[in-house]
Ligand binder design. Structure first.
Ligand SMILES: *[C@@H]1O[C@H](CO)[C@@H](O)[C@H](O)[C@H]1NC(C)=O
Ligand SMILES: *[C@@H]1O[C@H](CO)[C@@H](O)[C@H](O)[C@H]1NC(C)=O
Ligand SMILES: *[C@@H]1O[C@H](CO)[C@@H](O)[C@H](O)[C@H]1NC(C)=O
Ligand SMILES: *[C@@H]1O[C@H](CO)[C@@H](O)[C@H](O)[C@H]1NC(C)=O
Ligand SMILES: *[C@@H]1O[C@H](CO)[C@@H](O)[C@H](O)[C@H]1NC(C)=O
Length: 412
């Protein structure tokens, strides 16, 4: 927890009537991590449109939300319904000493306003003042059609860990119906943990605040020179890597499990050298000494080559079949039960898959037992409150008790 407490900034802006808070992670390195944004669709959007709104890979978007990528030949043109809540994977960088996702740009359209872009299009993940600041747009200035606006988005890495276990952080925009207990339960964490991560002095949260919520994850240990070095997959989801050839998931035992992704792309060999096993295959052989488990695992994407690693171990008992997270078809409706239950009971943790559609499709390589996705969010509308604004000055407080940063917004 130390790094989360020592690394604290407080942003203060002058002139204010409304305050929203957002957790800021100071940083000094050039490394990046994958971080997630909790986002509610403001309108019906094709998968490809949603992906281009954030400039991310559509298949990665589907994968992280455990949506079946092979359910139709052109799943990227599937229309996702307005108000659907999804997780958006973004690259979290270190910019000017703060963790931020900076790859997103927005092209203005007729009758766009900064507050419309901030509050509606990007669901309160950014404020109009932040957009104004990074783009040097004058206050009250008119937006030309076709402007290319940078959209800075909140993210945290916290070293890819939470309580020394692998974690991926989700930036969550609080709505007025939310409670800390509800959020913690929804993401299978605890109120204490969320409070510690965000350095909250008390459990009061408000509409428009942005919290960093740790999601337990499975970390990889690919070599430094692998292009997907540092891959970490949140529990219940998938990541797609190696040029869309490999999909990795986090199994219930928190083990990273990778297998071929059945998208129609051409891929380098996925056979483990010196065996007839393919990536993801596991064989078990009962012997008097125990169970000989041989598996063909994934070791990263190096120079366009899929690295496979064959490993054998003698285990006291034979493991069951690989359990991978269930995949759901692309949602077409927003399920009402994914609504605002303030604090689901432990057994509702994870809830229904996104969109609440039944009938999971498990990849053919597994005979997996269904495993609930770790986190599904609300389906309701996003608050219109905007958040971080124009940091006119920043202070680093060594001992700060508040990671949860108070920021003030001019006129609102
Ligand atoms: C980050 O994590 C690594 C291991 O994953 C650990 O060695 C290192 O000390 C951590 N750094 C911080 C600042 O917590
Ligand atoms: C090995 O993996 C391939 C590709 O995922 C799969 O088609 C095949 O059925 C698996 N074979 C065994 C023996 O598990
Ligand atoms: C386990 O099986 C593999 C392949 O079947 C074999 O190469 C290896 O020597 C075996 N290991 C043990 C400890 O029996
Ligand atoms: C990748 O390929 C280039 C050119 O073939 C080579 O110089 C480099 O050493 C390779 N890198 C790795 C990590 O194998
Ligand atoms: C929730 O977290 C606990 C421990 O933190 C873990 O044992 C359990 O498997 C998790 N449940 C889900 C659905 O991820």
């Amino acid at each position: 927890m130390l790094h989360q407490i020592t690394v604290i900034l407080i942003l203060i802006t002058i002139t204010t009537t409304v305050t929203s808070k957002s957790t800021i992670e100071p940083c000094s390195t050039t490394d990046t991590c994958t971080s997630l944004l909790g986002y509610t669709l403001y309108t019906d959007l094709k998968v490809s449109e949603l992906a281009s709104l954030f400039q991310i890979d559509p298949y990665n978007l589907l994968a992280i939300n455990s949506i079946d990528m092979t359910s139709s030949p052109d799943v990227t043109s599937h229309i996702l319904p307005s108000q659907l809540y999804v997780k958006i994977p973004v690259i979290c960088s270190c910019v000017d000493g703060i963790r931020k996702a900076v790859n997103t740009h927005y092209k203005t359209r007729p009758s766009d306003t900064l507050s419309g872009i901030a509050d509606s299009v990007y669901g309160g993940l950014v404020s109009s003042d932040q957009i104004r600041e990074v783009n040097d747009v004058e206050e009250g200035g008119v937006l030309d059609v076709g402007m290319d606006l940078k959209v800075p988005l909140p993210c945290t890495c916290f070293n890819g860990t939470d309580n020394n276990l692998p974690a991926v952080y989700l930036s969550y925009v609080v709505r007025d119906v939310d409670t800390l207990a509800g959020i913690a339960a929804r993401y299978n964490t605890t109120v204490t943990d969320v409070m510690t991560v965000n350095s909250l002095g008390n459990a009061a949260i408000e509409d428009g605040d942005i919290l960093a919520v740790p999601l337990s994850a499975c970390a990889s240990n690919f070599p430094k020179y692998a292009s997907d070095n540092g891959l970490s997959v949140p529990n219940g989801g998938y990541a797609i890597t190696a040029g869309h050839c490999v999909e990795c998931s986090c199994t219930p035992g928190s083990r990273l499990y990778c297998q071929p992704a059945s998208l129609s792309v051409s891929c380098s060999s996925m056979q483990c050298k010196g065996s007839n096993l393919m990536l993801g295959n596991v064989t078990v052989q009962q012997s008097s000494a125990g169970c000989n488990v041989t598996s063909c695992g994934y070791g990263g994407f190096v120079n366009g080559t899929i690295i496979t690693t064959l490993s054998s171990s003698l285990q006291p008992r034979c493991p069951g079949p690989q359990q991978v997270p269930p995949l759901t078809p692309p949602p077409t409706v927003v399920s009402p039960e994914l609504g605002f239950a303030p604090a689901p009971s432990p057994f509702q943790l994870g809830g229904a898959p996104i969109g609440g559609l039944p009938g999971s499709v498990v990849p053919s390589t597994s005979s997996g037992i269904a495993f609930p996705p770790s986190a599904n969010g609300p389906s309701g509308s996003v608050s219109g409150a905007c958040t971080l604004a124009n940091p006119l000055s920043t202070f680093s407080l060594a001992m700060a008790l508040v990671l949860f940063v108070k920021v003030m917004i001019p006129f609102l």
